[in-house]
Write a protein that binds this ligand. Structure first.
Ligand code: PEP
Ligand code: MN
Length: 523
C-alpha cells in the first residue's frame, strides 16, 4: 500500500469525506493557482524542529499543550483576541512547566484553524422575516451548514461555498501568525514579566492565590538563573525571555493544503538519534527563514526550483531526496470524520514531512489504528504521529487500553494525547440549542487517560483543548462550558456564549485544567 507513488495531488484519486462542492470551478482553479505562488507561512526548519521536540514528548521528556478555538473566524484576526489566546496558552504552559518540571511544547489551534467537518451537510435555521402585515416573524429554512470561514459565511444567507474564502484563509492566517511572531520577538513571552499577561481579572480568589504562588516561585528561580548564568537568563525553550510556539489546524480542505505543500531537497537523511535541541533557537521568534542552498546545517532542506506555480506533475523529482512539507502550518491533524484508511485525507497525510495528528474516537478499531499508523508513518519516526484520543469521559476506559496495547505491539513511537473536549459535548438543559461541555467530564477524561497510561507503562504526552481567553466588553470570560472554579451553571451559559462552533473552556477554566495537569505530573 505504501509503495504507491505519492504526490501532493494523489489524494484526488480517492474517495473524500466532508468534501466541499464549488459551483464555479474556474474560479476555484484561479484561487488555487494564486495560492500555489504565495510564500510559505512556516519553514521546514521550524517543522523539523517541532517533530524532534515531539519525539521528546513521546518518550516523556516533555509535555505537549495544544489548544485554541474550535473554529477561528476571520473576525478573530484582531489584536485583542490574538493577545488573549497567546497569553492564555503561555500562562497554562508556565503552570504545567512549574508543576511538572518538564519542558512544554506549545502548539496552538491558530493561524489556519478555519475549516470544520459537520455531522450534517444542511441545517434548519430560524430567520427573521416580515409577514404580509409587515410584522416580524420567524421562518424556518434549510440551509447548507456553516463549514468554517474559509468555506462559507456564518450568516444563513451566506452559506454558498466561495473559493475566494481560501485566499481569505491564507491572508488571515498570515496576519495572525505575523502578529504572534512580532509579539514573541518583542518580549511578550518574557517570563520575567508574566504579570503583564493579565490574570488580574480572574474572579476566583483561590485561582488568583494559586497563580500568584506559581509566579512568585518562578520569579525566584529566574532570578537565581540570571545570577547563575551571568545575566543571560538561560535557555529559551522552557523559557525565559521568549518561547517556542507552533501553529496547527485540521487539514480538511485538501485543495488548500495541496497548494501549500512544497517540495524541498534533503541533502542528508534526517537523524533522530540526537537529542532534540534544548535552549536552542526558538521556533517562531528567532529562527531564520529557509535559505536556498544553505550548507550550514546538514539536515536543512533546500527549496527545489519548481517554478512559480509550485509542483507540476510533469516534473521529475528524485523521490529519494525530495521531501514535501505543508508550509501552511507546523502541525496538521486528520479529524475523526475523515480518517478512513482508503480515503483522500490519509492519502494526503502519508506524503508530508510535518508531524501529524490523528483523531481517534470510540469507533476506531485497534487493527485499523495500526494500519493507519503503518500508512502515515512507514519509517517509524518518533514523534511523527500524535494519536489524539477523544473518547469521552464515559468511554475512555473502554477504548484507550486496547488502542495502547495495539500500538505497543508495533514499533511506532507515537505521542499519546488526550482531547478531552470532543467526546464530551452535550446539549444545555436550559437551552437545548446550545452545545456545552462539563468541566468535570473534561477533568475525568484527562485523569483517566493518565492513569490508564501509567498502568500500561506508556505515557500520556499531552492534552488537546478547545479554549479561549476571550472576554466581553465588561471583561467577563465566555460562558460555554459548565463548572470549574468559577462554578458556572447551565443557566449561566447564555450570559456570554460566543462560539460559532464547539464550546470552549474559558480563561479561568483553562487555568484550572493547567493546575490539575501540573498536579498530576508532579505525582
Ligand atoms: C475538532 O477538533 O474541532 C474536531 C472536529 O474534532 P474531531 O475530529 O475529533 O471530531
Ligand atoms: Mn471542535
Amino acid at each position: 500500500m505504501t509503495t504507491r507513488t505519492w504526490s501532493p495531488h494523489s489524494w484526488r484519486a480517492k474517495a473524500i469525506a466532508q468534501d466541499v462542492t464549488y459551483d464555479d470551478q474556474p474560479h476555484l482553479e484561479r484561487v488555487l493557482g494564486k495560492l500555489r505562488r504565495l510564500p510559505p507561512l512556516v519553514s521546514p526548519v521550524e517543522i523539523d524542529r517541532l517533530r524532534s521536540q515531539l519525539a521528546d514528548v513521546a518518550t516523556g521528556k516533555a509535555f505537549l499543550l495544544q489548544g485554541g478555538d474550535c473554529a477561528e473566524l476571520f473576525d478573530d484576526c484582531s489584536q485583542d483576541p490574538i493577545e488573549h489566546k497567546l497569553s492564555l496558552v503561555l500562562l497554562m504552559s508556565l503552570i504545567i512547566l512549574h508543576g511538572s518540571r518538564l519542558p512544554v511544547v506549545r502548539i496552538m489551534r491558530i493561524a489556519g484553524q478555519y475549516a470544520k467537518p459537520r455531522s450534517k451537510p444542511t441545517e434548519i435555521v430560524e430567520l427573521d422575516v416580515s409577514d404580509a402585515n409587515g410584522q416580524n416573524v420567524k421562518e424556518k429554512k434549510e440551509v447548507l451548514s456553516f463549514r468554517g470561514d474559509n468555506v462559507n459565511g456564518y450568516e444563513p444567507d451566506d452559506r454558498t461555498p466561495d473559493p475566494e474564502r481560501l485566499l481569505g484563509a491564507y491572508f488571515h492566517s498570515t496576519a495572525t501568525l505575523n502578529y504572534i511572531r512580532a509579539l514573541l520577538s518583542s518580549g511578550f513571552a518574557d517570563l520575567h514579566k508574566p504579570l503583564d499577561w493579565s490574570f488580574s481579572h480572574v474572579r476566583s480568589p483561590d485561582l488568583q492565590q494559586a497563580f500568584s504562588t506559581v509566579i512568585d516561585s518562578l520569579q525566584d528561580s529566574l532570578n537565581f538563573m540570571r545570577v547563575a548564568t551571568g545575566g543571560t537568563g538561560g535557555s529559551a525553550r522552557g523559557g525565559t525571555e521568549t518561547v517556542d510556539l507552533y501553529t496547527s489546524h485540521e487539514a480538511l480542505l485538501l485543495e488548500y493544503e495541496e497548494a501549500l505543500t512544497r517540495p524541498y531537497h534533503q541533502t542528508k537523511p534526517q537523524s533522530f538519534s540526537q537529542p532534540p535541541t534544548r535552549g536552542g533557537t526558538p521556533a517562531i521568534s528567532r529562527s531564520g527563514s529557509l535559505v536556498r542552498g544553505d550548507t550550514q546545517s546538514p539536515v536543512r532542506p533546500t527549496r527545489l526550483a519548481t517554478g512559480p506555480s509550485g509542483l507540476d506533475s510533469s516534473q521529475k523529482l528524485d523521490p529519494t531526496t525530495t521531501k514535501f512539507y505543508n508550509v501552511s502550518s507546523h502541525f496538521v491533524w486528520i479529524g475523526d470524520r475523515t480518517r478512513q484508511l482508503d480515503g483522500a485525507h490519509v492519502e494526503y497525510f502519508r506524503g508530508i514531512e510535518n508531524p501529524i495528528g490523528i483523531k481517534v474516537g470510540p469507533t476506531m478499531k485497534c487493527d485499523e489504528l495500526v494500519r493507519i499508523l503503518d500508512v502515515v508513518d512507514p519509517d517509524r519516526i518518533p514523534g511523527k504521529v500524535t494519536v489524539i484520543g477523544r473518547y469521552g469521559a464515559s468511554k475512555v476506559d473502554e477504548h484507550l487500553p486496547g488502542h495502547i496495547d495495539a500500538v505497543k505491539a508495533t514499533d511506532h513511537v507515537v505521542v499519546w494525547q488526550c482531547d478531552a473536549m470532543h467526546g464530551n459535548t452535550k446539549s444545555s438543559q436550559t437551552d437545548p440549542t446550545l452545545k456545552t461541555r462539563h468541566f468535570a467530564d473534561i477533568i475525568q477524561e484527562i485523569t483517566r487517560s493518565m492513569e490508564i497510561h501509567r498502568q500500561k507503562g506508556t505515557i500520556l504526552g499531552g492534552v488537546h483543548l478547545e479554549l479561549t481567553g476571550e472576554v466581553n466588553e465588561e471583561g467577563f470570560s465566555v460562558t460555554e462550558c459548565i463548572g470549574g472554579s468559577m462554578e458556572l451553571a447551565d443557566k449561566d451559559l447564555s450570559f456570554n456564549y460566543r462560539t460559532h462552533c464547539d464550546p470552549r473552556l474559558n480563561y479561568e477554566q483553562s487555568l484550572d485544567v493547567a493546575f490539575l495537569i501540573a498536579d498530576h505530573l508532579k505525582a
